[in-house]
Design a protein around this ligand. Structure first.
Ligand code: XMP
Length: 602
């Protein structure tokens, strides 16, 4: 099978590049940027990813210089372009400001990787340093106002480099650029189809369950009922037979309303055997009592999953020699936690806490889907005959509602912000800041920023989209923007953030509002138009209650996401329903894309 390699310079977009390439029908693999050139000779093309480092930093990720003597086409992206300039005799200079966000490029050469493009193209930039002088042999292929060398190429050697990110959706013709590189420049054929991989994945499972002494181990899956773990489990059952694969579902207390029952029923219906349900709600709540920091919450939950698993293994005398742990981990789960060699940790994924990493190092974890992306997992599931009702389910994070229930250590007040308020006023809105931090991702780094709340005017999606981008680009202390649906106008004097921790009562309230939202999305035929819709509870209070925030997004794989513009009358109807719930004081609509805001708030 023809393969392309993406050399990982640590960018969180590294796997996104690989996925975009696979979407075009060519298998892409990730390797560390420093991989020896001799091991890259068999690939049909090389892409060098972007990354958070600067080529000027000592110890910054570097490729093997012999890479540039291989007769294969190379595409450098962002930091990858700077590496190419540095290695091939050009010049890179540190930027004084970071260019971040959408930009317009002027295409100078509309051939090779830019064949079929217009003279002006919208792209996504995210960089500090820039190429100030091209290496010998390179020609300028595109420019922007702020960044002189937006793209360059040496057609005789088939070396190309772009300063912007063709892999993100904001680069309107990014996929065309990648396709030009693969098929036009590299001569690849579109032959990769995930659904054809079932037999190989099953063979890999049979191989991996054999230990060093060639003894066949059994696999214990802790299932969440989501698409990934269901597909992974089904593959394992097919590969090993039902007697060697066991499924346990841990009720952490952070599941959605009615979910535990629903998942058990789905299992029975699928003929996958009966799902054993273990109730660990008390233990999870006890471990999280009083914890308010988001990353600490994630780490505790991740560790607890392993403790519970260990406990179950020990109680049943499942010997670690005979059993291994099965997980539905997919590719992106491993990246945003810093799973690739140089990547910054954005969030600690529950499948990648230290204990699990240790088990992985000991080869005691089976992750049949760790090389697949979400859309590919759905296609695999389809090939396995799993029903649409399972495959269409919105993704739900392992730590569940615990990371959608925001906590606060002490009482806090909304903060006026003159700069943001002035910008918002130009678009007809009022604005203030909430000192409630949520996670964002900007320029490959994790950010903790305050929330901007807009209010006082009707929802105009287009106006709000533009305003949000301007706010998050101009004011780095905020990384997320939400607009008030109810009440439409907020009297700051009446509102405060109250001290709040994770309690069964708060989770119960979140389950109730989450259930209303999910039902509404189904009833209004919106469910399938939305990739995921986190419903978040904030301790923002007027009458002693809470505020609920809605985050419907569209995405392909969760790496980038865009807000879904639910029609205003439907939004109003949903807000009205939520406003009837006892204990709900306000309803917000999160209008931030990813980047700069991650999908989950924590
Ligand atoms: P973020 O919030 O990083 O989320 O933009 C990207 C996607 O990953 C999901 N997510 C998780 N899934 N365990 C999971 O199984 C986790 O710890 C976790 N954290 C985030 C999130 O729901 C979104 O689909």
């Amino acid at each position: 099978m023809e393969k392309v390699v993406v050399l990982d310079s640590g960018g969180q977009y590294c796997h996104l590049i690989a996925r975009k390439i696979r979407e075009l029908g060519v298998y892409a693999e990730i390797r560390p940027v420093g991989t020896k050139a001799s091991r890259l000779a068999a690939y049909r093309g090389v892409v060098i990813s972007g990354g958070p480092a600067s080529v000027f930093e000592p110890g910054s990720p570097q490729p093997d210089p012999a890479l540039f003597r291989l007769p294969i086409p190379i595409l450098g992206i962002c930091y990858g372009q700077q590496l190419m300039a540095q290695h091939l005799g050009g010049k890179v200079e540190p930027g004084h400001t970071r260019e971040f966000g959408e930009a317009s490029i002027t295409v100078k050469s509309r051939r090779s990787i830019f064949a079929g493009l217009a003279e002006r193209e919208r792209v996504w930039m995210s960089h500090g340093d820039y190429v100030s002088q091209m290496p010998p042999g390179f020609r300028l292929m595109a420019t922007t106002r702020d960044c002189v060398v937006a793209a360059m190429g040496d057609e005789s050697r088939r070396f190309y480099a772009v300063q912007f990110h063709p892999e993100v959706a904001h680069t309107v013709h990014g996929q065309k650029i990648l396709s030009n590189f693969l098929f036009g420049v590299g001569g690849c054929k579109p032959e990769w189809r995930p659904a054809d991989r079932v037999a190989q994945v099953e063979a890999a499972i049979r191989r991996q369950v054999r230990d060093r002494q060639a003894r066949e181990r059994k696999v214990l899956f802790f299932l969440s009922g989501g698409v990934d773990s269901t597909v992974a489990f089904t593959l394992a059952v097919r590969a090993l037979g039902p007697d060697r694969v066991h499924a346990i579902y841990v009720n952490t207390g952070f599941m959605r309303q009615g979910e535990t029952k629903e998942i058990s029923e789905v299992f029975e219906h699928l003929g996958l055997g009966s799902l054993e349900v273990v109730d660990e709600r008390k233990r999870f709540f006890a471990a999280l009592r009083g914890v308010t920091d988001p990353e600490t919450k994630r780490k505790i939950i991740g560790r607890l999953f392993v403790d519970v698993q260990d406990h179950i293994l020990a109680r049943r005398r499942y010997s670690t020699k005979e059993w291994m742990l099965g997980q539905g981990t997919i590719y992106p789960d491993t990246i945003e936690s810093g799973g690739t060699q140089h990547a910054e940790v954005i969030k600690t994924h529950h499948n990648r806490v230290d204990r699990i990493r240790q088990l992985i190092a000991e080869k005691r974890v089976l992750e049949p889907l760790s090389q697949f992306y979400k859309d590919e997992v759905r296609r695999l599931g389809h090939a396995l005959g799993l029903p649409d009702s399972v495959l269409r389910r919105h993704p739900f994070p392992g730590p569940g509602l615990a990371i959608r229930c925001l906590c606060a250590e002490k009482k806090l007040y909304p903060e006026p912000d003159e700069g943001i308020a002035t910008l918002a006023a130009q678009a007809g809105y009022q604005a203030f800041l909430l000192p409630l931090h949520s996670v964002g991702v900007q320029g490959d780094m994790r950010t903790y920023g305050k929330l901007t709340v807009l209010h006082g005017a009707e929802i105009h999606h287009e106006v709000l989209a533009e305003l949000t981008t301007r706010i998050t680009n101009s004011f780095p202390h905020t990384n997320r923007v939400a607009v008030a649906l109810w009440p439409c106008e907020i009297d700051l004097a009446q509102w405060h953030i109250r001290r709040a921790t994770l309690t069964p009562q708060r989770i119960h309230l979140l389950q109730e509002v989450d259930h209303i939202v999910t039902r509404f999305l189904h009833e209004q035929f919106l469910y399938d138009l939305i990739w995921q819709c986190p419903v978040v509870l904030l301790p923002l209070s007027r009458n002693g209650g809470e505020t609920v925030a809605l985050r419907p997004i569209s995405s392909v794989d969760g790496m980038t996401a865009e807000v879904v513009h639910i029609p205003v009358p439907q939004l109003a109807q949903l807000a009205h329903e939520l406003a009837q719930v006892d204990g709900i004081d306000g309803v917000l609509f999160d209008i931030s894309n990813k980047p700069p805001s991650t999908i989950e708030w924590e």
